[in-house]
Ligand binder design. Structure first.
Ligand SMILES: *Cc1c(COP(=O)(O)O)cnc(C)c1O
Ligand SMILES: [Zn+2]
Length: 392
């Protein structure tokens, strides 16, 4: 079935752009979102048709993905939604589910976004891409870029965990280490002599990474028999996955795949050492102020000034959700609990969602009868150390 991708819409001023050329932000500075001919898609993208599709990767939702006629794919998506029987019950949850994204190519859910972004970049004739990354986006871009034959430049904070740098380097990317965080890396990239030769693949400055990540929402709904959970507890850096899932819920309602008006509450989880969205949510602000001196060992959460702050906050508020910050020590402890209790060696960002879900249950924001989905966004193997854990 062909992609029904039709145009890009500015999330701020609603101006339309065609999808034939590579694009970043709208002229007004707004983030562009992909739009599809959903009525046409609905004719073939049905529950019944999906139950007969052999493709397990995210490309099974091809009608509502960009470039699905000729994808750059390593088999991303199709990850399990695992019941956390032991930890869930111990915490008092009736149903606590973990979307285990560590099983993606390159060991993180960044693969979803990069598959779509690099598919479109290649299709549009782009030869050279560049992006700032906290680590996983860079190594995923390097892998998909290698497959597509593109040149890839990655700008990384100098503290980026070595396994991610190694992976990007082995895949042939040019690495630029920058003092500071991902915001400094982005600034260094845009100031680079070659900046004009690169297509900028930065989080949400590029419209199709979000399309790959939205498939988390489609998969969760399909795995729950085309119902949606009561809450989504998401480790939020740039917010692509959260915005993508919220977009997916809207599309699925219009496609008739899920009942309208039953969306989950969206919960943002950040690190205490870098919590710009939590701060803005708590103070009622429509946008987030840049976080000074961002510090956390959860590299994916070290995003001091997310470009999509307004869109993230809007989705959280519309959904009746909330935002919570957890400490590095709590993440590290939960990594050990997940490994020993459930056999899952999670990344700290994933462990953060367990900490947050338990806290929200204890505080009464979540109830024991809620179906709650948390995320392990990458393998624990992608960072070399856990604070407080001794390696014999
Ligand atoms: C990038 C990343 C995140 C944050 O994802 P966003 O969708 O950009 O908010 C969380 N966890 C890990 C492991 C990551 O690499
Ligand atoms: Zn605009």
């Amino acid at each position: 079935m062909p992609s029904t991708l039709e145009w890009l819409e500015c999330s701020r001023c609603h101006v339309a752009y065609d999808v034939g050329a590579p694009r970043n932000l709208c002229r007004c500075g707004g983030i562009l979102l992909a739009r599809y001919r959903l009525e046409e898609a609905a004719r073939t993208l049905t529950r019944e048709a999906l139950s007969r599709r052999p493709t397990k990767s995210l490309w099974r939702y091809e009608e509502v993905l960009p470039g699905s006629d000729d994808p750059v794919t390593l088999g991303e998506g199709g990850t399990p939604l695992l019941p956390l029987r032991f930890l869930g019950e111990a915490a008092g949850f009736g149903k606590l589910l973990l979307k285990d994204e560590s099983q993606n190519p390159t060991g993180s859910f960044k693969a979803r976004g990069m598959a779509c972004a690099i598919t479109m970049a290649r299709k549009q004739g782009v030869r050279r891409i560049a992006l700032p990354s906290a680590g996983n986006a860079g190594s995923a871009a390097a892998a998909y870029g290698a497959l597509a034959g593109l040149s890839v430049d990655v700008f990384l904070p100098d503290e980026t965990p070595e396994p991610m740098r190694l992976e990007a380097a082995v895949c042939g990317a040019s690495l630029h280490l920058v003092r500071g965080d991902i915001a400094s890396a982005g600034a260094a990239m845009r100031a680079h002599d070659s900046a004009a030769d690169w297509f900028d693949l930065s989080t949400l400055r590029e419209p199709y990474r979000c399309e790959g990540k939205k498939t988390l929402g489609y998969e969760i709904a399909e795995q729950l028999g085309w119902t949606l959970p009561d809450a989504i507890v998401y480790p939020t850096g740039g917010g692509t996955g959260l915005i993508g899932m919220w977009k997916a819920f809207e599309e699925m309602e219009q496609l008739g795949l899920v009942e309208a008006g039953k969306r989950p509450r969206m919960v943002v989880v950040q690190a205490e050492g870098c919590a710009p969205i939590v701060e803005a949510f708590t103070s009622g602000a429509p946008k987030a102020a840049p976080w000074d001196g961002a510090r956390t060992f959860a590299a994916g959460l070290r995003v001091p000034a997310p470009l999509a702050d307004a869109l993230i906050l809007q989705a959280v508020r519309e959904s009746g959700g909330t935002a919570v910050a957890v400490s590095d020590a709590q993440m590290a402890k939960a990594q050990v609990e997940m490994a020993r209790g459930e056999g899952i060696f999670a990344c700290p960002e994933g462990a953060a969602t367990l900490v947050a879900a338990r806290r929200l249950l204890a505080e009464g924001f979540l109830s024991p009868s809620d179906r709650v989905v948390i995320f392990n966004t990458a393998s624990g193997l992608k960072i070399p150390r856990i604070p407080g854990v001794r390696v014999p």
